[in-house]
Each structure stands twice: as structure tokens, then as C-alpha cells.
Design a protein around this ligand. Structure first.
Ligand code: A3P
Length: 302
């Protein structure tokens, strides 16, 4: 397949809505097909709010599925190993492959990525009782990461200033909708479906323990030396240098890593470098209200 590169400068994405949730225009126009997606019983879905650690989870899962074989994991970019279900860039390039196209062409067992809020997951995934891994990240770091990603990625709308973007995040007027509704919706769903709900902060603090949860969920065993190799290869430092995982190989002309690299910092608590005291106060007050109706608790620092 050709590379997803663009010679000319591309304009910023325009947005539309599906069921009150903001998406880029290409996703909106594909929506009917996304909703009708034919999941297979052995599909594994990796679901996250964007910038919660999707790529990290994908690399860990792939390493598990390839029994720790680093070379096999490096046969293709993350985007091609795990189709991004709802993603489409039709308007940008004649050689852009939508997530649907990539998924449909893929032999089973497939691992598919999505950022959809739980209510917009195509019904077939529930009908087929597919396993789902959900990774959640604390709101403040998720917001900071998302802000930088919007700056560097032209397939997303312009974030505006930090202050403006924070406001949009708090009101849910961002792509894939409200972070608050996303994490709460999936948290509720885990009691009814085969969902492993993980946290970025736990993964940072004790990756071995969290990876063991994934192994159990996927009904896989792993020798301790292979697990150690997996831990090494999925560390931030290693992934930052891995062209098959760091998004430098694809989306050239769309992602500008000189503005902000995809593999940016990979830490917990970076929000402290961005939130002013006043912004933090306002955010906390609003957070308390929005999260009053859930048992879900996040660590904002380690
Ligand atoms: P930062 O912008 O805070 O650095 P996603 O894959 O959902 O787009 O999430 C991207 C975020 O996950 C970025 O966060 C990125 O640096 C971080 N990340 C990617 N790989 C990681 C790893 N191996 N360990 C820790 N964080 C990682």
C-alpha cells in the first residue's frame, strides 16, 4: 500500500455531529457504514478516549498476540496492524484508507481500535460479545495531551488557545464528545459486557501487574523473560524511537512532529505545567459536579 503522505499543505479538518457527538466531517459522512460494521466473535476492540494511551495499549496487545516477537510487531505501523474503526480521511487524500476498509480486508482474529463513546459502538460488537479493552486516563493529562495533538495534527480542528481548548474540553465540544461521559459510560458498560477497564496511571505505576491483567483477559500465558522483553519494548523510550509505533512513518504532511511529537512526554502529572492556579480551581469545581454520579476515581499524579 502507498504511504499516507500529502505533498501539498492540507487545510484543517471541519467538524460535524453524530447523535450530538462531534466528529470530523469524513467520519460523519461514513457514519452509516460504521454503524453497520460487521464485527466477528473473535474481534478484540481497544477503546479509549483519544490521547488516553491507545497506542501504548495497542503495542502491548500486539506484543502479547505475537508472543513477544518484536520483529512481527514491526511488520507494519500501528495504524495498519489495528484498523481504527471510525477513522476516515477521504477528503484529504486519494490514497487514504478508512478504518473500515482496513478492517474488512483483515483476516481474523482482528484487533480494532476505536475512540467511540460506548453508546455509539456498532451494535454488532455487543451481539457478538466481543472482548473489549478500555484504557482511561485522568482528565487533566488527557486534556493536555489532546491539546498538543490538535496542534500537530491537521486532520483535527484547530484547538485555539490553551484556554479556549480547556473550555471546549470541559463543555464536551471536542471530537468524540465529552471525556466525562466517555469514561463514565464505559465504566458502567463494564458490568454488563466483556470489558477490561484499565487506567493509564496504573499502567505507568505498575506495568507488569496491568499487563498480567491483559494476559488473563486474553487467556494468554507468558514466560517471565518474554514478559520482561515486552515491558522493555513497550516503554515510552522504546516506543518513541520505534517508527512502527511513533506515527512518523505515516500521515506525513498531516502530523507535524516538529510542532509536538506524537510520543510527547508519556508521564502522569504533566498538567501541572499547563494549568494555572485559577484554571485548576475552576476545572476541579466543574469536575466534581460532572463526576458526582460515578464511583470512578482517577489519580491525577503518582
Ligand atoms: P502525552 O501527550 O501526554 O505524552 P494515544 O495513543 O491515545 O493517542 O495517546 C497518546 C499519549 O500516550 C501521549 O501522551 C503519548 O506520549 C503517550 N504514550 C504513548 N506510548 C506510551 C508509552 N509506551 N508509555 C507511556 N505513555 C505513552
Amino acid at each position: 500500500m502507498e504511504n499516507l503522505s500529502l505533498k501539498q499543505t492540507v487545510p484543517r479538518a471541519e467538524v460535524g455531529e453524530v447523535e450530538g457527538i462531534l466528529f470530523t466531517k469524513p467520519i460523519c459522512s461514513m457514519w452509516n457504514q460504521v454503524w453497520k460494521f460487521k464485527a466477528r466473535p473473535d474481534d478484540l476492540l481497544i477503546a479509549t478516549y483519544a490521547k488516553a494511551g491507545t497506542t501504548w495499549t495497542q503495542e502491548i496487545v500486539d506484543m502479547i498476540q505475537q508472543n513477544g516477537d518484536v520483529e512481527k510487531c514491526r511488520h507494519a505501523t500501528t495504524y495498519r496492524r489495528h484498523p481504527f474503526l471510525e477513522w476516515s480521511m477521504q477528503e484529504y487524500s486519494a490514497v487514504s484508507y478508512s478504518g473500515l476498509e482496513l478492517a474488512e480486508a483483515m483476516p481474523s482474529p482482528r484487533t480494532i481500535k476505536t475512540h467511540l463513546p460506548v453508546q455509539l459502538v456498532p451494535p454488532c460488537f455487543w451481539e457478538q460479545n466481543c472482548k473489549i479493552i478500555y484504557m482511561a486516563r485522568n482528565a487533566k493529562d488527557n486534556l493536555v495531551s489532546s491539546y498538543h495533538f490538535h496542534r500537530m495534527n491537521k486532520a483535527l480542528p484547530d484547538p485555539g488557545t490553551w484556554e479556549e481548548f480547556m473550555e471546549k474540553f470541559m463543555t464536551g465540544k471536542v471530537l468524540w464528545g465529552s471525556w466525562y461521559d466517555h469514561v463514565k459510560g464505559w465504566w458502567k458498560a463494564k458490568d454488563k459486557h466483556r470489558i477490561l477497564y484499565l487506567f493509564y496511571e496504573d499502567m505507568k505505576e505498575n506495568p507488569k501487574q496491568e499487563i498480567q491483567k491483559i494476559l488473563k483477559f486474553l487467556e494468554k500465558d507468558m514466560k517471565s523473560e518474554v514478559l520482561n522483553c515486552l515491558l522493555h519494548n513497550t516503554s515510552f523510550e522504546m516506543m518513541k524511537e520505534n517508527p512502527m509505533a511513533n506515527y512518523t512513518t505515516e500521515f506525513q504532511g498531516i502530523m507535524d512532529h516538529s510542532v509536538s511529537p506524537f510520543m510527547r512526554k508519556g508521564v502522569v502529572g504533566d498538567w501541572k505545567n499547563y494549568f494555572t492556579v485559577a484554571q485548576n480551581k475552576k476545572f476541579n469545581g466543574d469536575y466534581k459536579k460532572k463526576m458526582a454520579d460515578t464511583s470512578l476515581v482517577f489519580h491525577m499524579e503518582l
